[in-house]
Write a protein that binds this ligand. Structure first.
Ligand code: HEM
Length: 573
């Protein structure tokens, strides 16, 4: 049957109308944002050179051109801050790549943000689109108000110290598998005779963290340290796609239909995996009704199902017997978020600890001595000791300082809030920074390397976290160290992270020597570039500078060689 020309015309007409309407809405929105920046610019507020057509995109391009090719966008913001934010904050508008922002690089101003009763608790709406490929729905990262409080209550019991400590034996068990892999590498003694063959460390850490978080969050045995698992590989593929381009001007790639399809397809696969795990845990929950309570820790998913089904919630007198479709959808998005948040930034922090600690022999010496002191000289028994008594991890002040100093220099994330007309930030000299109409981005990288706050800011000095106020190394401002942010929206996983990273260092520090091999790994890259050297000036000369891959990660996945440290042999005399 021939299609009616009228119908075809109607379809084409509708399509054109939809496209036109979207274009008009887009232009109106861009105009509104540009007008705000123009007004702020006229008021003399600090910002890069502005024009109505391009906003600050040309300034971003100038910054990006000055940076190594893969550098994380925090370096663009930091580069602009050095030029345009003499008083600790500046405005930028990268629409349509990002939304108008007040970028804060001063801890006093950041403290005003998170202490504000409205702004301190509110995330910008636009963040939803950023997280969408990862979560496919609202999650604690993006929710606000009653919805955020309501959902958060499902998950908080998981993060009790008691439950986290109960998970530690499992965590160290997975770390031991990772340790065995490093032993194999170290025993291999590569062709150079100076440690293992060159390899990239971060994927091994990511697999370990996948397995840990798969269990802690989803009660699933992913086994990625022994082989691949579709949940982990799909999440990784999704992150790679999302961050395939990191020059702000290249982000137009998001309009590429193939990329859009692949993002959608990965998202569908992630939903299927998580939903089947929710169903599996629901079945387990039902059958456990007639069995004993679980021993040990409870996974985040089990905790949430418990709360929802009314089993542990005094608020709901009548226990439910099934999950609603709406709750299932919410839970799926939250689980996707927790899976990502749980493994990605922690793995990055662990890789950075290997980069920082092993480059500083004196730091390594002190950390090893602390481990000897707390665990005795038998390296193998330390993990058992931690499993048997997780609280022992609280007796490691120097190791804690190493982790904190690493997170100061290489923060995996940032803090962001939604501005409000009631909040105008004020610095000590009376400069004012209205927040209405902007997201307020607290740039951890800049705040944590600010020379006004930190003595010798680019040096790796764990001692700064051990000295008293008044000491030269003591940070000169409250809120200067904020990798987990502060206030009501601070990181829910902070305690878990600290336990995991400290255990990780106890596992590695005395047994291995780890040598970063960026120079060697870059040999090929530099040859490809006709030996044109990559300029590291604006990434503070860090070979392992941050790149965008979910959370911020060390460039090139941290190429290194490992070898047995011979530590105890050398200290036994
Ligand atoms: C090194 C590891 C981690 C770092 C550096 C980190 C950093 C952060 C930061 C900076 C925020 C606040 C964002 C903002 O203020 O806009 C945050 C929020 C959050 N983090 Fe983490 N995180 C880490 C690991 C984890 C882990 C292991 C989990 C859970 C398993 C987790 C769960 C969350 C959640 C749920 C939020 C949102 C809190 C809320 O708004 O209620 N994070 N994280």
């Amino acid at each position: 049957m021939a299609t009616s020309p009228l119908l075809v015309n109607a379809c084409i007409g509708t399509l054109i109308a939809v496209i036109a309407l979207r274009a008009v809405a887009f232009l109106a929105d861009t105009w509104k944002k540009r007008s705000l920046m123009k007004r702020l610019s006229k008021q003399g507020k600090p910002m890069p050179p502005f024009n109505m057509a391009m906003g600050h995109l040309l300034a971003a391009k100038a910054a990006a051109d000055d940076l190594p090719p893969e550098a994380h966008s925090v370096y663009i913001l930091n580069w602009l801050a050095k030029k345009y934010a003499p008083n600790g904050a500046y405005y930028v508008d990268f629409t349509p790549m990002a939304w108008p922002m007040l970028v804060v690089t001063d801890p006093h101003l950041a403290t005003q943000v998170i202490e504000h009763p409205i702004v301190g608790a509110n995330k910008p709406e636009e963040l939803y689109a950023w997280f969408h490929p990862i979560t496919n729905g609202q999650s604690l990262f993006t929710q606000n108000g009653a919805a955020w409080k309501h959902d958060r209550d499902y998950f908080l019991p998981f993060f009790s110290n008691q439950n986290l400590d109960a998970s530690v034996p499992f965590v160290v068990g997975q770390m031991s598998i990772f340790r065995d892999k490093l032993r194999e590498k170290a025993a291999g003694q590569g062709s150079s005779g100076s440690g293992s063959d060159l390899f990239v460390l971060e994927p091994l850490i990511l697999s370990m963290m996948n397995d840990i978080i798969g269990k802690l969050v989803l009660n699933a045995d992913l086994g990625t340290q022994h082989g691949s698992h579709p949940l982990a590989t799909t999440m990784l593929r999704q992150l790679r796609l999302k961050f395939a381009v990191n020059n702000p001007l290249d982000n137009l790639g998001n309009f590429n239909p193939v990329k859009v399809f692949n993002l959608w397809n990965n998202s569908r696969m992630l939903d299927n995996h998580i939903k089947s795990q929710i169903d599996a845990r629901l079945q387990a929950w039902r059958s456990e009704k007639t069995h004993d309570e679980q021993n040990g820790f409870k996974s985040l998913l089990d905790v949430a199902l418990d709360s929802y089904m009314g089993r542990t919630s005094g608020a709901s007198p009548t226990p439910r017997d099934n999950v609603s479709a709406a709750f299932s959808q919410t839970l799926c998005a939250q689980m996707r978020m927790f899976f990502f948040a749980g493994y990605d930034s922690t793995a990055s922090t662990m890789a950075y600890c290997c980069y920082t600690a092993w480059q500083h022999p004196e730091v390594l010496r002190k950390m090893r001595a602390e481990h000897d002191h707390v665990f005795g000289r038998n390296v193998d028994s330390a993990m058992e000791a931690i499993g048997a008594n997780p609280a022992i991890l609280n007796s490691l002040p120097y190791t804690t300082a190493v982790v904190k100093e690493t997170m100061r220099l290489f923060p995996a994330a940032n803090g962001i809030r939604h501005g409000h007309r009631d909040l105008v930030l004020r610095d000590g000299r009376g400069n004012e920074f209205p927040t209405e109409g902007c997201s307020v981005q607290m740039l951890h990288y800049a705040i944590q390397r600010d020379p006004k706050t930190w003595a010798r800011p680019l040096e790796f000095l764990p001692e700064r976290f051990l000295v008293e106020a008044g000491h030269e190394l003591y940070p000169a401002a409250k809120g200067a160290w904020r990798p987990f942010e502060y206030g009501p929206r601070l990181c829910t996983g902070q305690q878990l992270v600290m336990k995991e990273v400290k255990a990780f260092l106890v596992l590695l520090a005395r047994e291995f020597d780890i040598r970063e091999c960026y120079g060697e790994a870059d040999g090929d890259r530099d040859r490809d570039r006709d030996r044109k050297k990559v300029d590291l000036t604006h990434v503070d000369f860090e070979k392992a500078h941050l790149v965008e891959a979910g959370a911020a990660h060390p460039r090139a996945n941290f190429p290194c060689r490992v070898s047995p440290s011979g530590y105890h042999a050398s200290t036994s005399t």
